[in-house]
Design a protein around this ligand. Structure first.
Ligand code: GCW
Length: 714
């Protein structure tokens, strides 16, 4: 009977997981089918010491009570006696104490960091989890559970880690009617209508998942903002969410619509220099903090894509941001002011954010961060890093990544974001000489900043599996892990996610990891290789439309970005062109401005070249385009084969879903390839090189393939 219990639990659990494929994310806590290891784990967890009670320490208990029985088939027992404990959570145990004769690196931690130490020096072996705060202990608990899910031997459990960045936030683009801008996983998980009374348990699961990867804040509402959320009725709903998230170290933020004083405050103006406007915001902020004492602050999209802002009153972005910052400062709140701006009168959209914000360096309050999108244009499959990173030494700068896959396959393509993010984080700005990476700007170390942050536009919705595509969960996971520690290798993150979510079988892990790590370049190849950009269909951004030229505003048209004609292709951003390259530091500028040194991956971002221009690969531009588009499609074919080969190790519902979606991805990759190749061929006038297969349809056919109702576009 004793031996039967774990197996019984395992069966029950796997039955329940089938019904809810994917709901538990990477917190599956699957039964550990390794008798030696689970025996060791059982011994350790049969006496857990936790220092008292607090909402956060109770969250630790909740998690252990959920995880340990599921993984080990045994209950967690708690003890008040440190000597007899197998797992010790501590904020102050002295290493000199005879209770724990092991070195405990408290001094290496920041407020949120933790260490995990195996201490086998004498007597009963122990795992010590140390931190300076309860939240640190919660992160430590999730760290321990991750190691257990990854089947670490207790003796190998040794880590000391602190987050490099202070604000690690999700940005939800969720509207108050529950539609989600660029959301591909159903409707918003915020059920505003039933709040504040109904506390959907899913809110707590959301907090658990975020805390498990170190995310410590969430902006609940769309940057295309609705002032209604700032009314009292709605703030009460926000308060409920804030109360539920607090034990998990997650602060709540809201988007502030700049014209809110007019829309809900009945003022005649929203001019940031008007006293009545300043007072209105001060009062509003006071009202918010009375309800939510640890409210994080505001995220603002101003004077961008039709959103109101200070420029409506001939004031600057700094005037607008500082006015809000002054209202928030007495309460400890911050403003995240987005740099995503591109006025209609600009000649090169690439230049827009830098040209507007760089002159404002040093003009922002200390509690303002400028939130810069990943990519000078707009979250494209591959963009060079924004030249704003490194260019504003006197300003707090934060990174905005997109987790939701607006331009990278939405919910149908398997696309792993970790290599995508890392390429940018590792890029060298040369702001203070070699080694001045984007990552060092973001974590503040380059210019000695302490208010630092990374935001990820969320891919979460009310789908059972949260993210739509089963592999999109890995992107939420990767965002959190990299926000905590940007030096983690993409492969390690992939492996962690696979083992916790899908399987431990080593051949399967290896193959799935291969798919994930190659998915990024594959998609870039079949969508926008060698520096092509923004050639998606308009509006929903789904499917190819390189011929698009219907908007009056030039920079909303794909033809603006690729500039293809019979003479060549690409956007000249050198001195002879828009000179956007002058925004980079000299070394970067020099690298990109010379076609001979510019990496092939970025060629058409910066150069307009004839069709017969020789790439570094030795191929002409036309040959290279064909090569990349065809290679991209072949990669998807290889992913399908690899995925089929792991079927027996994957939960059937998830296997099926991924399998079907990969078929769809192949169909769409072919669509991208053939539409783009046939279109660009009208200019290159060259044949598709052998041995590539000829497209099965005509260009006209693809031009008529218009998607009418794509998700995420309201
Ligand atoms: O990428 C574009 C999206 C818009 C979005 C905007 C932004 C929230 O197409 O949907 O609006 O960027 O980031 O503000």
């Amino acid at each position: 009977m004793k031996n039967f219990l774990p197996v019984f639990c395992f069966l029950i659990l796997s039955a329940c997981c089938h019904a809810q494929a994917g709901y538990h994310l990477w917190l599956n806590y699957n039964y550990i089918n390794n008798p030696t290891l689970s025996k060791q784990y059982r011994e350790l967890t049969s006496a857990v010491y936790l220092p008292g009670h607090s909402p956060t320490l109770d969250a630790v208990r909740y998690e252990l009570n959920k995880a340990i029985p599921a993984m080990l088939g045994s209950n967690v027992l708690y003890t008040r006696d440190i000597r007899s404990a197998g797992v010790i959570f501590t904020k102050n145990l002295s290493e000199k104490s005879d209770q724990v004769p092991c070195s405990l690196p408290f001094e290496a931690l920041n407020e949120e960091g933790y260490f995990i130490r195996y201490c086998g020096a004498s007597g009963k072996p122990k795992i010590i989890i140390g931190a300076k705060s309860d939240i640190g202990l919660l992160y430590g608990a999730f760290g321990l559970l991750r190691m257990m899910q990854l089947h670490f031997a207790p003796q190998k459990m040794n880590t000391t880690t602190s987050p490099a960045v202070k604000l690690r936030l999700l940005n939800h683009w969720d509207n108050l009617n529950r539609t989600v801008e660029r959301g591909y996983a159903g409707f918003s998980i915020w059920n505003w209508h039933t709040l504040p009374e109904y506390r959907d348990p899913r809110y707590t699961d959301y907090a658990r998942a975020n805390a498990s990867i170190g995310i410590n804040g969430t902006v609940l509402t769309n940057v295309n903002a609705n002032a209604t959320v700032l009314t009292r009725e709605w703030l009460l709903k926000v308060k409920t969410l804030a109360d539920l998230f607090r034990p998990y170290g997650i602060k709540v933020y809201l988007t502030a619509r700049f014209s809110a004083p007019i829309e809900i405050g009945k003022l005649k103006t929203a001019d940031p220099l008007s006293d009545s406007v300043k007072n209105w915001w001060k009062e509003k902020v006071r009202e918010i903090y009375a309800l939510i004492p640890d409210f994080g602050g505001f995220l603002v999209k101003a004077n961008s894509e039709g959103q109101p802002g200070p420029q409506d009153y001939n004031r600057s972005h700094a005037d607008g941001a500082n006015m809000l910052a002054d209202a928030l400062a007495p309460h400890g709140g911050i403003v995240m002011w987005r740099a995503f701006v591109y006025r209609p009168d600009i000649t090169d959209r690439f230049r827009a954010a830098y040209d507007e914000f760089k002159p404002l360096d040093g003009k922002f309050r200390d509690n303002v961060l400028i939130q810069v999108k990943n990519g000078p244009i707009d979250f494209q499959p591959r963009e060079p890093f924004s030249p704003l990173f490194g260019a504003m030494p006197q300003t707090n700068m934060m990174m905005e990544f997109q987790i939701t896959q607006e331009y990278v396959g939405q919910a149908t393509h398997l696309f792993f974001v970790a290599p995508w993010y890392k390429e940018v984080l590792d890029a060298d700005t040369y702001a203070k000489g070699k080694g001045s990476t984007v990552s060092k700007v973001v974590d503040g170390s380059l210019y000695g900043k302490t208010l630092t942050g990374v935001a990820g536009v969320s891919n979460i919705g009310n789908d059972i599996n949260w993210c739509g595509h089963p592999f999109a969960q890995a992107n939420w996971y990767a965002f959190g892990r990299l926000a905590w520690n940007a030096t983690l290798p993409a492969g390690e993150i992939a492996e962690e996610w696979i083992k916790q979510t899908l399987t431990h079988e080593s051949l399967a892990v290896q193959r799935i990891k291969h798919i994930m790590l190659h998915s990024t370049e594959a998609l870039i190849n079949y969508m926008t290789p060698i520096g092509l950009t923004h050639i998606m269909q308009d509006g929903h951004h789904y499917g190819p439309m390189p011929w698009g030229n219907s908007f009056q505003r030039a920079d909303w048209n794909p033809v603006y970005y690729h500039r293809a004609d019979t003479n060549g292709i690409g956007f000249d951003r050198t001195e002879k062109g828009s000179n956007a390259l002058s925004q980079y530091f000299t070394e970067v500028k020099q690298l990109f401005e010379n076609p001979a040194t510019c990496p092939d991956e970025y060629l058409l971002w910066f150069h307009r070249v004839p069709w017969h221009h020789k790439m570094k690969s030795g191929r002409t531009v036309w040959e290279e385009l064909c090569y990349r588009y065809y290679t991209g499609v072949d990669s998807v074919r290889s992913f399908i084969k690899l995925w089929r080969s792991v079927e027996k190790w994957i939960q059937p519902a998830i296997y099926r879903q991924v399998s079907d979606l990969l078929e769809r991805q192949l169909y769409e990759a072919l669509w991208w390839r053939d539409a783009c190749i046939l279109y660009f061929q009208t200019f290159s006038k060259m044949p598709i090189p052998k041995p590539y297969e000829a497209p099965k349809q005509t260009l006209e056919y693809f031009k008529n393939l218009k998607i009418n109702y794509a998700p995420g576009h309201w």
